[in-house]
Design a protein around this ligand. Structure first.
Ligand code: IMP
Length: 423
C-alpha cells in the first residue's frame, strides 16, 4: 500500500491540521518527521479543539501508532505537556507513541540563543523563539543532544558538563546574556530523562518494517515548502527541510517510499514572521482576509500577514515536491470577495517572470501580475459536494488546479471535519 505524505505548499499555516487528521483516518501509523514545537496544528474533533506542536495527529485515533521521527527537534517540556494534556482528555499514549532516539533535543540554551540572536540581527527573521534554529545548528555541528543522550541520564550529565561552559561563554561574551545554570538543567532533565525513556525507539526501523508489511503509513509535514531551509525564501525560513524532500532523511525511509504527496494550499496566502511576500495585501485586503480567516498564529498568536494566492509560488512548489494532488483549504473565507485575484506572474525590473526566483533578494522588487476571477456570495459551508458549489467557486478551483498542474482532491470549506469535500 503506498504511503501518503501531507506537506504545506506556502509559508505554513495552510490548514494542514484538519487535512492531516482527515487523511490519518485510514492510517495504521502516523509519522511526524521534521520541525519542532514551532509548528502548530489545530484539530477540531467533536467540538473539542486541540493544538499540537509536536505530537502526530494520529494521537486522536485511539488505535493508531504515532511516531516522532529522527528529523524532528524535540522540546521535552512541550512534548510532555502535550502528552499530559491528551492523557487527561482520555487519550492515553502508552504503547502507541514512540520517539526516535536519534531525534535532537532542544536545550534551554537553544531557546535563549534563538532570542538573543534574533535580537542581535539587523534584518529580523521573526522566529518563533522555540530554539529550533540553534538546535538544528548544533545537530549539524555534531554538538547536539539526541534523545538517546537524554534518556541515559549519566551520559547526559557528562555531556552537559562539556558543552554548557562553552555555550555560557558565548551567551555572556558575544551577547551579554545571563549564563544558564547547570544544576537547574540537571534537575529539569532528570525528570525528562525518566519520563521520556519509555518512548525512545528506533522509529526509522519501525516505519520501514510497517512499509514492508504493507501497513498504511502516513507522513505528516510541518511548516510549508516556502519555509524550507534549502528551497524556501532563505534566510527567512525555518531550519529544516520542510518540503517533501526532507521526508526520506527525516523519517529514515528510502525516497521512493514517500508515496502519494498531498500539498495543502490555502485559497489565499498568509505568512507569519518576516521575509518577502509578493502578494501581501494592502491594509484593506490584509485586514479583510485576516478577519474572515481568523489568521492568527497557532503557536505564537501573532497576526498573520495576508494576501491573494500566489500562483507563481504554487507552480514552483508543486513541481519541486512532485505533488500528486492538492488539498485546497479555507475556500469559504473568499465568499463575498469580488473579484478574487490570483497572481500568475511576477514583474521584476520591467521583465515578466513565470518562474519563482531562486534569489530571495529578487522577491523584494516584485510587482505581481494578477488575473481577476469572479467572486460568489453563497455560503460554501453548506456545500457537501463539488456540484453544490456556485459556478464562480468551481471556476476558482479549476483555475488553481491548472496552476498547480494537479487535482484539488480535497476542498475544505470550514473548520469542522464534516465541512470537507473529497473528490
Ligand atoms: P523558526 O522555525 O522558529 O526558526 O522560525 C523561522 C520562520 O519560520 C519564522 O518566520 C516563523 O514565523 C516561521 N515558522 C516556523 N514554524 C512555522 C509554522 O509552523 N507555521 C508558520 N510559520 C512558521
Amino acid at each position: 500500500m503506498p504511503a501518503t505524505t501531507v506537506i504545506g505548499t506556502q509559508w505554513g499555516d495552510e490548514g494542514k491540521g484538519k487535512i492531516l487528521d482527515l487523511v490519518a483516518d485510514d492510517a495504521d501509523l502516523v509519522v511526524r518527521y521534521q520541525g519542532g514545537a514551532n509548528a502548530g496544528h489545530t484539530v477540531k474533533v467533536r467540538g473539542e479543539q486541540f493544538v499540537f506542536h509536536l505530537l502526530p495527529s494520529g494521537v486522536l485515533h485511539k488505535t493508531k501508532l504515532n511516531l516522532i521521527a529522527n528529523g524532528v527537534v524535540l522540546d521535552p517540556e512541550a512534548l510532555l505537556a502535550e502528552i499530559d494534556e491528551l492523557t487527561g482528555a482520555g487519550y492515553a499514549l502508552d504503547g502507541r507513541l514512540f520517539v526516535s532516539g536519534r531525534a535532537h533535543v532542544v536545550m534551554p540554551y537553544h531557546k535563549k540563543f534563538d532570542q538573543v540572536r534574533e535580537a542581535a540581527r539587523t534584518v529580523k527573521i521573526g522566529t518563533t523563539s522555540r530554539g529550533i534554529g540553534p538546535c538544528y545548528t548544533d545537530k549539524m555541528a555534531r554538538n547536539g543532544f539526541r534523545l538517546y543522550d537524554v534518556v541515559d541520564f549519566e551520559r547526559f550529565r557528562r555531556k552537559l558538563a562539556a558543552v554548557l561552559p562553552v555555550k555560557n561563554k558565548i551567551l555572556q561574551g558575544a551577547y551579554g546574556a545571563e549564563p544558564i545554570d547547570e544544576e537547574e538543567i540537571l534537575a529539569q532533565f532528570e525528570n525528562f530523562s525518566a519520563r521520556l525513556r519509555p518512548f525512545a525507539a528506533d522509529t526509522g526501523g519501525m516505519v520501514r518494517k510497517a512499509l514492508k508489511e504493507d501497513k498504511n503509513v502516513f507522513f505528516e509535514g510541518a511548516q510549508g515548502t516556502l519555509l524550507d531551509i534549502d528551497h524556501g525564501t532563505y534566510p527567512f525560513v525555518t531550519s529544516s527541510n520542510s518540503c517533501a524532500l526532507g521526508l526520506p532523511a527525516g523519517a529514515g525511509i528510502p525516497p521512493q517510499a514517500a508515496g502519494r504527496i498531498i500539498g495543502v494550499a490555502k485559497a489565499y496566502t498568509t505568512r507569519v514572521g518576516e521575509g518577502p511576500f509578493p502578494t501581501e495585501g494592502d491594509g484593506a485586503l490584509d485586514e479583510a482576509l485576516r478577519k474572515a480567516g481568523d489568521e492568527f498564529g497557532a503557536t505564537t498568536g501573532r497576526p498573520r500577514r495576508c494576501g491573494w494566492l500566489d500562483g507563481v509560488a504554487l507552480r514552483y512548489v508543486s513541481e519541486l515536491n512532485g505533488l500528486s494532488a492538492i488539498a485546497l483549504t479555507k475556500l469559504d473565507v473568499l465568499t463575498g470577495m469580488n473579484p478574487i485575484k490570483v497572481c500568475t506572474a511576477y514583474k521584476i525590473g520591467g521583465a515578466t517572470h513565470e518562474d519563482f526566483p531562486a534569489d530571495t533578494a529578487l522577491l523584494d522588487g516584485v510587482e505581481p501580475v494578477y488575473e481577476s476571477l469572479p467572486g460568489w456570495d453563497d455560503d460554501l459551508r453548506g456545500c457537501h459536494t463539488f456540484d453544490d458549489f456556485p459556478a464562480a467557486a468551481k471556476e476558482y478551483v479549476a483555475f488553481v488546479e491548472k496552476i498547480a498542474g494537479v487535482r484539488a482532491s480535497i476542498i475544505s470549506v470550514g473548520p469542522g471535519r464534516e465541512e470537507t469535500i473529497v473528490r
